[in-house]
Design a protein around this ligand. Structure first.
Ligand code: NAD
Length: 303
């Protein structure tokens, strides 16, 4: 079993830490926000306890949590063989973190970037170890999703790629190999779809519920694009489409103003209790009035 560092304890980092610890690995979970760590550990405990009820395997929550060390100090990563980075989709934040981590993490360790859109070669260039740098685009919720995109950077060594593939297999993941490009395969398509769906709501063509119903009822998708946006995080959608817009300098990726408005208002989706949908009366009350009149109540068990 490996010793794996997980940086960022938000939606993705918490899921990656849970999946790793449940698979028997030792995890060092680091976030610069102590509240995020507390929330992540509480979420992991709840997920493990609820697993059986939700049709999953019986999971011993205490055993899983006992494999996770956590804190705000990057020195926790010093002995990790692999470090999986899952911080906010923001170039400047990721840039500072990789510069710092490169000095702290042992030189033979492999860095894994979990990013929605930033090219892996660009992130790898921040470090002195571009051969030991791999992209993994995990899907959300991490413990429940069977596949990931696996992306080598320009200089990634075959050994580093296989090291990460082996770790993914131990986590129960199938790795789908794709080449390095902004947004990879999934988000080159998905972010445009979600952005355009937000524009339909912004222009009052349809409510969020109607947009999603078209995708569910007409196309047979299990979730519509705006339910998906709430699951991913409306802020993360905005940051990802901004990365695509900047990278390609192409107006087709221009972010919908509604995504900016919702991000500024803290309507980030499930993680804040309010997004295109409201996740319960207390969350709705805390978030204030609706944006553009597009919200509808949606219970957390909807997906
Ligand atoms: P999130 O906003 O839920 O969590 C980000 C976490 O990073 C926060 O807890 C924040 O405190 C922490 N953080 C920020 N700067 C930090 C730093 N310098 N050091 C340590 N911690 C720091 O975001 P998320 O949804 O978990 O996304 C994380 C990454 O994964 C992003 O790059 C995102 O694009 C990518 N991603 C997200 C999804 C998704 O569905 N949400 C899917 C695949 C990939």
């Amino acid at each position: 079993m490996a010793h794996v560092g997980v940086v960022g304890a938000g939606v993705m980092g918490a899921g990656v830490a849970q999946n790793l610890a449940h698979s028997g690995h030792r995890v060092a979970l680091v976030d610069n926000d102590p509240d995020a760590i507390e929330k992540a550990l509480a979420g992991i405990e709840t997920n493990c306890r609820m697993s059986r009820l939700l049709g999953g395997p019986e999971i011993d929550a205490e055993e899983v949590l006992a494999r996770i060390d956590s804190g705000t100090d990057l020195s926790l990563l010093a002995d990790a063989e692999v470090v999986i980075e899952n911080i906010t989709e923001n170039w400047d934040l990721k840039r500072s973190l990789y510069l710092e981590m490169d000095a702290v993490v042992r030189p033979d360790a492999v860095f894994v970037a979990n990013t929605s859109a930033i090219p892996i070669t660009r992130l790898a260039s921040l470090t002195g170890r571009p051969r030991q740098f791999v992209g993994v685009h995990f899907m959300n919720p991490v413990p429940m999703k069977p596949a990931v995109e696996l992306i080598p950077g320009h200089h990634t060594s075959p050994a580093a790629l296989e090291r990460v593939r082996t770790l993914l297999i131990s986590m129960g993941k199938k790795a789908i190999d794709v080449n390095d490009a902004c947004g990879f395969v999934s988000n080159r398509v998905l972010m445009l779809t979600v952005n355009e769906a937000a524009c339909l709501v912004y222009e009052n063509v349809a409510t969020a519920e109607t947009v999603d119903e078209v995708f569910r009822s007409c196309f047979g998708h299990p979730m519509g694009p705006l339910e998906t946006a709430d699951l991913i995080g409306v802020d993360t959608i905005l940051y990802s489409i901004e990365v695509l817009y900047e990278h390609f300098a192409d107006s087709k990726y221009r972010p919908c103003p509604l995504l900016k408005h919702m991000t500024d208002a803290g309507l980030h989706g499930r993680k804040t209790g309010e997004g295109f949908y409201s996740y319960g009366p207390s969350a709705a009350a805390a978030a204030g009035p609706s944006v553009n009149g597009h919200r509808a109540d949606r219970s957390l068990s909807a997906n």
